[in-house]
Design a protein around this ligand. Structure first.
Ligand code: AMP
Length: 402
């Protein structure tokens, strides 16, 4: 049983072909710079195995249709491909960023589902149209194959109103669905499930804090297996300090910038999304560069690290308060999985709440899921690699199976 997982962006298509009986990746790759003269497809067959084969195609890729055709001709290549023809794909999973209030679960793509994704375009004007492009092309190329939409927002639809409402005029919620939605839901759901396995309990009886620290960052409070609060809001800008995104700021900052710097709202939005966060504070948004700069005595890099880890700590404290009992804290994504310093500083001073790291376990370099808290820590702390494609594939299996 082979699933094709597609993450279609505005100028890129990321994909994987996964053999579901063994959950092994047969092919993974990315089409980049769609619409550019210098398009590129990089594909890897059997990644991470002795048979790994990487290939790159460079040519103009005018649109998503031609990008997907290129991928399929590579995957079905007589000599080196991993599928004989498109009929070998039993289901297709699409990552969709914004499901608004319409989707609490992953779902089979139908005309009604497509309409609902379109309806939510105002909430994700860049992402949802690109996701729809991927769905449209895949439906044309694989007309007989079930297609499943897996939403970044769905896992957080269990948040209660007191967590998802902004304290602004209620009419904005009633008329325009202005509220907090949260994102990275597929990742939070996946690592929560893995954490429950490590704790040896059903997820439905676990209280967890899952911390996704990558280029985008978010934290989720999970009570009895469901999301009850999360740090990202109506858009993926609220909350933690990210690579280039500010996270929380005073909303009155917009007026200040308009009045004092002559900036319009579009410029302010671009600044908060693309020029802020770690990059805004120290000019770098890759945590590895920041650590090197800190070691070389760069004060701004040290400040960026301190602002990010302090914000993490503040949110962990807040989420411990709303959960009451916490069984596990999970770190995941690029920074969360690899950065012992960020993990240690984010948890610093939380011993009074029962959180104690084992420094040796924390400093261990490993790609494996593992517990990094000390034996006497009341709250267990884990590093669990996220795998969004596999998480999407498991969602697809659930939907197709039912
Ligand atoms: P992601 O969005 O999950 O792919 O994470 C990307 C980010 O993870 C990069 O921008 C880096 O800041 C960070 N990262 C990746 N590898 C490491 C590492 N070995 N140590 C610290 N940070 C890392």
């Amino acid at each position: 049983m082979k699933f094709f997982i597609i993450n279609s962006g505005s100028s890129s298509i990321k994909y994987q072909v996964i053999e579901m009986t063994t959950e092994s990746v047969l092919a993974t790759g990315m089409v980049e710079r769609i619409g550019d003269e210098t398009g590129r497809l990089q594909n890897t067959f059997f990644p991470g195995t002795p048979s790994e084969r990487v290939s790159t195609v460079e040519q103009a890729i005018p649109d998503h249709d031609s990008g997907m055709h290129l991928v399929i001709s590579l995957l079905t290549d007589q000599e080196q491909g991993v599928i004989g023809d498109t009929s070998e794909i039993s289901a297709i999973g699409h990552r969709v960023v914004h499901g608004g209030e319409d989707f609490r679960e992953s779902t089979r793509v139908t005309p009604l589902v497509i309409e609902a994704i379109k309806r939510n375009i105002p909430l994700a004007p860049l992402h949802n149209p690109a996701n729809l492009d991927g769905i449209r092309v895949a439906m044309e190329l694989f007309p007989a194959v079930p297609q499943v939409a897996v939403f970044d927002t769905a896992f957080h639809q269990t948040m209660p109103p007191h967590a998802f409402m902004y304290a602004i005029p209620y009419a904005l919620y009633e008329q325009d669905r202005v509220r907090r939605y949260g994102f990275h839901g597929t990742s939070h759901r996946f690592v929560a499930g893995e954490c429950a396995r490590h704790l040896g309990k059903p997820l439905s009886s676990c209280n967890l804090i899952t911390i996704h620290l990558g280029n985008g960052c978010s934290m989720t409070a999970i009570a009895n297996g469901v999301s009850i609060d999360t740090s990202l809001g109506m858009t993926p800008l609220e909350g933690l300090v990210m690579g280039t995104r500010s996270g929380d700021v005073d909303p009155a900052l917009h007026l200040f910038l308009k009045q004092n710097k002559g900036m319009d709202l579009e410029a302010i939005d671009a600044m908060l999304n693309k020029e802020s966060g770690l990059k805004g504070l120290c000019g770098m948004n890759d945590m590895r560069d920041i650590h090197r700069a800190v070691e070389a005595g760069d004060q701004r890099a040290a400040l960026a690290l301190a602002v990010q880890t302090y914000r993490n700590r503040k949110y962990i404290g807040a989420f411990m308060a709303v959960l009451g009992r916490v069984d596990g804290i999970v770190f995941t994504a690029g920074i969360g999985e690899n950065d012992a310093i960020v993990r240690a500083e984010s948890l610093q001073g939380l011993e009074f709440l029962g959180v104690r790291l084992d420094p040796e376990e924390n400093n261990l370099r490993s790609k494996q899921a593992r517990c990094i808290s000390s034996e006497d820590s009341r709250v267990r702390v884990f590093v669990i690699p996220t795998n969004e494609e596999l998480a999407i594939a498991r969602e697809v299996a659930k939907v197709v199976g039912s």
